[in-house]
Write a protein that binds this ligand. Structure first.
Ligand code: SF4
Ligand code: SF4
Length: 445
């Protein structure tokens, strides 16, 4: 029997682009590069309007240990440093570069012939200099994940190739197109943290990716490539760890390192490999452009900072009934109000839903069927927590574990009364976390 976790659901997969090889987009004329694309301290901008920059040139320096630099993704002139629309929901500090049509790279970005023998500190240093942040969506600076405290040793590295969100296939294509590079990245991660075992977890709707990685491991036999049943949210960190190792990550603030695990997405592995071998910063990524509202869904390789509109245009443009633009998939993606927002390090997909897919049925009263409870992968009572959050009874919602919600949307998906459970729970969770931060600030003042 294949390994999996308890709970979860099966939304339709809609993997329309799985069979399409990734296409490299032509260089964009303009990019908008957000100064901060990760969780943690914002970077400090080190360029000014009018400066000439090359590809891979640092635009910021990290604002602390939990911070990562941003780099120019095209060569050209800095046109503006200021606030600009951001797919994370509001305007944010951004460096805008107008391209000069060349693809001139910044000096010093070149292959290290001895890359196989770099030590753990050097791996972390190169990963930090390359500005890597989780490419599966969480956007935690990668060098921080590679530096666990001594009291939390990591024995197991897990490479996340689950890609359980409907529509998204960018990780699937990467596993088919660059399996060796993913594995080299995984080995570097294991070396950096001193792990003794490495797993790759792939859902069984991608047997070709499983095969490609198995073949790439070959006789070395140092990495276990596991097939997991298709189930949402198989790609969530805690659920993946549980499926592959049987270990249970404790509730927040518990982390994978508490059970000796570290999870990296397949895209992050390729970026780590490039950072260590070629000293190459993260300036592009694979993005799925899909959904019923897109004329020719496809996977593209786009420079960071390229406006969504450019990718949508490359995918044939909008269908007439395009109704809802998302960064990410329909379960956990973020709604967008404009397509001028740029691709960031965590943009795995751009999904445009057609009217039929996007139509939100009216909320009806709860009928107490319990389906939301049966699918919740962290064993919460979604209906109760959502109701308490709606009533602004935050202490009671906290007692029921509102902060443990991973916002996977499974409860909302299965609810026959179309209750917007995850939206209400997210409101409660955000409020409780904000209250906790205020409390901590008061205590430390
Ligand atoms: S309560 Fe949270 S974790 Fe549980 S199913 Fe709903 S969104 Fe997912
Ligand atoms: S799935 Fe919907 S109707 Fe059923 S118990 Fe949960 S909230 Fe109520």
């Amino acid at each position: 029997m294949k390994k999996t976790f308890r709970g979860g659901t099966h939304p339709p997969e809609f993997k329309l682009t799985a069979g399409f090889a990734s296409q490299k987009l032509p260089l964009p004329e303009i990019v908008h590069i957000p100064v901060t694309q990760h969780i943690g301290a914002p970077g400090r901008v080190i360029v000014a309007k009018g400066d000439e920059v090359k590809v891979g040139q640092p635009l910021t320096e990290p604002g602390g240990f939990v911070s990562a630099p941003a780099h120019a993704s095209i060569a050209g002139t800095v046109k503006a440093v200021g606030n600009y629309a951001n797919p994370l929901g509001k305007e944010m500090a951004t460096v805008t570069i107008e391209g000069n049509g060349s693809d001139d790279w910044f000096e010093g970005i070149e292959e290290d012939p001895d890359w196989q023998s770099v030590d753990a500190d050097e791996i972390r240093a190169r990963v930090k200099n390359a500005g890597l942040a989780g490419m599966g969506g969480a956007a935690f600076p990668t060098h921080v994940k590679l530096a666990p405290p001594p009291e939390k040793p990591i024995d197991t590295v897990i490479i996340n190739g689950a890609e359980c969100e409907p529509f998204l296939t960018s990780d699937h294509r990467l596993m088919l197109e660059r399996p060796e590079d993913i594995l080299e990245g995984a080995r570097l991660v294991a070396r950096a943290v001193g792990a003794r075992q490495v797993f790759v977890g792939i859902e069984d709707n991608k047997p070709d990716a499983w095969e490609a990685l198995k073949q790439a491991v070959g006789e070395k036999n140092d990495i276990q490539v596991e097939m997991l049943p298709v189930k949402y949210p198989q790609g969530a960190e805690k659920q993946l760890i549980n499926a592959l190792t049987g270990r249970e990550v404790p509730p927040p603030p518990g982390l994978p390192m508490d059970v000796g695990c570290l999870v990296q997405n397949v895209g992050s592995c390729v970026a780590i490999y490039e950072a260590v071998r070629y000293r190459r910063p993260l300036i592009e990524r694979t993005v799925t452009v899909s959904g019923g509202g897109i004329k020719q869904p496809k996977n593209v390789i786009a420079r960071i900072g390229t406006p969504f509109a450019r990718l949508i245009e490359a995918a044939g443009g909008y269908e007439d009934d395009a109704a809802k633009l998302l960064m990410g998939g329909p379960m956990m993606g973020m709604s967008q109000w404009t397509d001028i927002v740029p691709v960031i390090k965590g943009t795995s997909g751009i999904v445009v839903l057609g009217k039929a897919e996007a139509s939100l049925a009216e909320e009806n009263p709860c009928i107490g069927c319990g389906r939301c409870v049966s699918v919740c992968p962290v064993f919460l009572l979604p209906t109760n927590i959502a109701r308490l959050s709606q009533l602004e009874m935050f202490d009671e919602a906290e007692e029921l574990g509102v902060v443990e919600c991973i916002e996977c949307g499974s409860c909302t998906y299965v609810c026959p009364s179309k209750r917007n459970l995850v939206q209400h729970i997210r409101f409660g969770k955000t409020t409780v976390l904000a209250n906790r931060r205020k409390q901590a600030q008061k205590q430390s003042a």
